[in-house]
Design a protein around this ligand. Structure first.
Ligand SMILES: *[C@@H]1O[C@H](CO)[C@@H](O)[C@H](O)[C@H]1NC(C)=O
Ligand SMILES: *[C@@H]1O[C@H](CO)[C@@H](O)[C@H](O)[C@H]1NC(C)=O
Ligand SMILES: *[C@@H]1O[C@H](CO)[C@@H](O)[C@H](O)[C@H]1NC(C)=O
Ligand SMILES: [Zn+2]
Length: 491
């Protein structure tokens, strides 16, 4: 197919036509413009402002974000791209209101967490009981850490960190606590988090407060004071439909596909402009640029994932739904989630699969040549690469850091248009464009899917088991909802 590109180029040249439209990495790089990347961010920010402040799963700002992609991919670029809007369902949860009242009757600042159960029997007012701090293993994360604590009918005071918050809340429930007051493990505004749809029905309600307040209550309890604290949470839980948007070039071999992914949803707490408007904008501009070219051997597929912030739901749905043959056709996955952090680091993902380096090395080399301090970092478990790694598909991507100092507005309302380093975003989008173009032209050296190392079958079964858990939780959520309605109507 490389040969075919040359033949076509020669053909056009001999006909006196421009060969400008033959893809090269350099041409694609030059087409990526800071102003256009910024324009998308501005539009995503506007979408959030016009839709209650977020672009989160299950809320109108997400639907508007999907429409923003479709207006280009389908309406304007329909001649060059095929678009699939892939629907799936997931349990939506939203905290409508939450309050924590301190021992002196004062209102305390509290951060809502996703899938927080409601205080359905009415606001809680109960004595506070402390739990031991264990920064090594995590506080209140294990059964033995609750020994000797009489939490029955009380609100447990727990330090955040190390283990999943849901683990702490399950143990609190097992020990009879009516709720948890979770104080942050670092100074500053506590970030939002999800308790996980799979945990619906298994947890007690939680109020997440600032570190200094929690520590002052701890000191007072240690001095022998009895503190009575209030917690009130009004939550909705229900199944809602959402979508992945998958757009691929008409040109290129369908048996050799390069996938570039970014999640399109934000958290409920804010507009999600660095997380992940930045990756979303990069993909939009690469798609926009690529439509002007031909002469490439392999297909390029852009994926805007839904419900990432609820637990990678859209990308796991997509990858777990691929047949073995469809998975074989995906030759490389690039993840672009948070690529414009205001104080950026330049981490390029690599993992255990040797094939990862075939994408990671050119990304790192591009960034280094652009004067950026790029380094290889390992994959974690918190973005949309997970489903692709489970399938043994060679993968990489760029990540510029979450949380202070890289991005102090991570998962907060201040993740707006002013929370992006546009120069860093531009460099990263160009790196992504150059490397994608290189692979579109040739996959020489890129190994096939590694089916041995990661036991993909076992992992796929794990992912499917996870979806079964979510289904059970969704059923539970629908009964819980009708129950709480009944209760409300009797009060
Ligand atoms: C989502 O749920 C709705 C209502 O229960 C159903 O009609 C629809 O088919 C579901 N969609 C998918 C993709 O499962
Ligand atoms: C993917 O989803 C479609 C539609 O729900 C279904 O028909 C198909 O069997 C699924 N494929 C796999 C491999 O799970
Ligand atoms: C597959 O990945 C494993 C590491 O997970 C590695 O040891 C092995 O060499 C890889 N196999 C191939 C064919 O690349
Ligand atoms: Zn993200």
């Amino acid at each position: 197919m490389k040969g075919l590109g040359l033949v076509l180029a020669t053909f056009f040249a001999s006909r006196g036509l421009a060969t400008d439209n033959i893809l090269t990495p350099e041409k694609l790089e030059a087409d990526i413009k800071l102003e256009e990347l910024e324009r998308n961010l501005w539009n995503l920010d506007r979408i959030a402002r016009e839709n209650g402040g977020s672009r989160a799963f299950g809320l109108p700002g997400y639907q508007a974000s999907v429409n923003y992609i479709l207006e280009r991919a389908q309406t304007r670029f329909g001649a060059q791209y095929d678009t699939l809007v892939q629907p799936f369902n997931h349990t939506f949860a939203q905290v409508l209101s939450i309050s924590v009242t301190g021992p002196d009757g004062e209102a305390v600042d509290v951060v809502p967490l996703i899938y927080n159960p409601g205080t359905d029997a009415g606001p809680i007012s109960a004595p506070l009981v402390d739990t031991p701090v264990d920064d090594a293993r995590g506080s209140a994360c294990f059964e033995d850490q609750w020994q000797g604590i009489d939490a029955t009918g009380k609100l447990a005071l727990v330090k955040r960190g190390t283990c999943a918050i849901s683990d702490k809340l399950k143990l609190a429930k097992a020990h009879g606590a009516v709720g948890v007051i979770l104080y942050n493990n670092v100074a500053g505004t506590p970030s939002s988090a999800t308790l996980g749809a799979e945990n619906v029905g298994l947890l007690v309600p939680v109020g997440t407060i600032y570190q200094d307040i929690g520590e002052s209550w701890r000191t007072r309890l240690a001095a022998g004071e009895e503190l009575v604290v209030g917690l009130s949470v009004d939550s909705v839980f229900e199944e809602r439909e959402t979508w992945n948007v998958i757009v691929e070039t008409k040109e290129g071999d369908p048996n050799n596909v390069i996938v570039l992914g970014a999640h399109l949803d934000s958290v409920q707490a804010g507009p999600g402009i660095n997380d992940d408007g930045s990756g979303t904008s990069a993909l939009i501009e690469i798609m926009t640029a690529l439509r002007s070219y031909s002469g490439f051997a392999n297909k390029v597929r852009f994926a805007w994932w839904g419900a990432e912030e609820s637990g990678l739901i859209g990308s796991l749905y997509y990858t777990s739904n691929l047949s073995e043959e469809e998975a074989d056709r995906i030759r490389f996955y690039f993840n672009y989630d948070m690529v414009g952090s205001p104080a950026p680091v330049f981490a390029v993902y690599t993992g255990d699969n040797p094939g990862d380096l075939t994408g990671a090395e050119p990304l790192r080399d591009y960034l280094s040549a652009a004067g950026r301090d790029a380094y290889f970092g390992s994959f974690g478990s918190s973005s949309d690469y997970v489903g692709f790694l489970e399938l043994g598909i060679p993968s990489s991507g760029i990540f510029t850091g979450a949380g202070a100092p890289a991005d102090p507005c991570y998962h907060l309302a201040c993740d707006t248009i002013s929370n992006v380093d546009l120069e860093a975003l531009t460099t990263n989008a160009r790196a992504a464009a150059v490397v994608a173009a290189g692979m579109a032209l040739s996959l020489d050296g890129v190994p096939p899917r590694n089916k041995t190392s990661l036991n993909p079958r076992g992992s796929r079964n794990n992912i499917r088991a996870q979806f079964d858990k979510w289904k059970r939780a969704a059923k539970h959520a629908s009964t819980e909802k009708s129950c709480s309605h009944k209760e409300k109507s009797t009060v």
